[in-house]
Design a protein around this ligand. Sequence first.
Ligand code: IPM
Ligand code: MG
Length: 355
Amino acid sequence: MSTKKIVAVIPGDGIGPEVIDAALKVLEHVAPNKFEFKSVAMGGNAIDKYGEPLPAESLKTCQNADATLLGAVGGPKWDNVDPNIRPERGLLGVRKGLEVFANIRPAKIFQPLASACPLRKDIADKGIDFIIVRELTGGIYFGEHKAFTLNGERAASDLMQYTEHEIRRIAHVAFKMARGRRKLVTSVDKANILTSSRLWRDVVIDVAKEYPDIELNHMYVDNASMQMVRDPSQFDVIVTENTFGDILSDEASQIAGSIGMIPSASLGDNNRGLYEPIHGSAPDIAGQDKANPIATILAGAMMLRYSFDMNTEADRIERAVDEVLKAGFRTGDIYTDGTNLISGSKMLSEIITRL
Ligand code: IPM
Ligand code: MG
């Protein structure tokens, strides 16, 4: 008898539980009895039940697991809670607590969805296949947040801070990723304005010396957001700090067809990755069987690949997704004229059939 891998599962809020349920069924299908799934409360549901978005017990379960799979958290219901206990705080707490500093977000056109790409055809046809390596546990997200009074009026500030080692380790992740790809790293910053960006650039240039086989270029973030729609084929691996990566990865997901398609992996030094779709909790369609489960199913495939070295099973999942799309099945978010609009649960069963 082999020992099972422990996977902490955070269904979360909104459509989170539906898409997680689909992903677990797919995982169980490709690797029967290989996993023990431990459900963990985090997000708005945890606020309702325990008064905080990330109970200590929940974080401990994730820290003791071999990997964590997350649906989505948040929703309007918790918009007015104390900012310190918002659902998003729980997510940041999990990232920090697992020390997953490298967030990998692929942007790739699924061929059957090429018509869903909002870019002009001649631009899309040049090919879109890049990944964003987003720093995840530093920057404004984790710098000091202050609300105060200045000259008699309200003022607030959020500190963007990076240490050299935080930049160094994320740069290494990007260069290593590029080695398995087209060997090009674009480091995105705002070094014309920000001191933290100048340090970023300096350290990235230094790390690059260890990767003479990889080409490095630099781009200001405003230019990068423009280049991404002008000619996304120029990118292979983009490495950038937390907030810039948050913004650019939403843009990238749309270019790739739909935010409902894109999974992400957050990795640290210790292999206990965190895997999630990049979309949010979509409370407007929660509970209606409309949500596209593909991003979370693909996040499960990323988990098999990066945390468990189960590449064959991961390939099978990705192929099944591709075949379902080729067969013309679409949830609402990726529906276009002439395709077959189906529910989230039907999408799941079509994928399972093709496994
Ligand atoms: C993301 C999300 C999160 C982030 C929110 C929900 C805290 O936008 O994963 O990109 O800003 O990192
Ligand atoms: Mg985001």
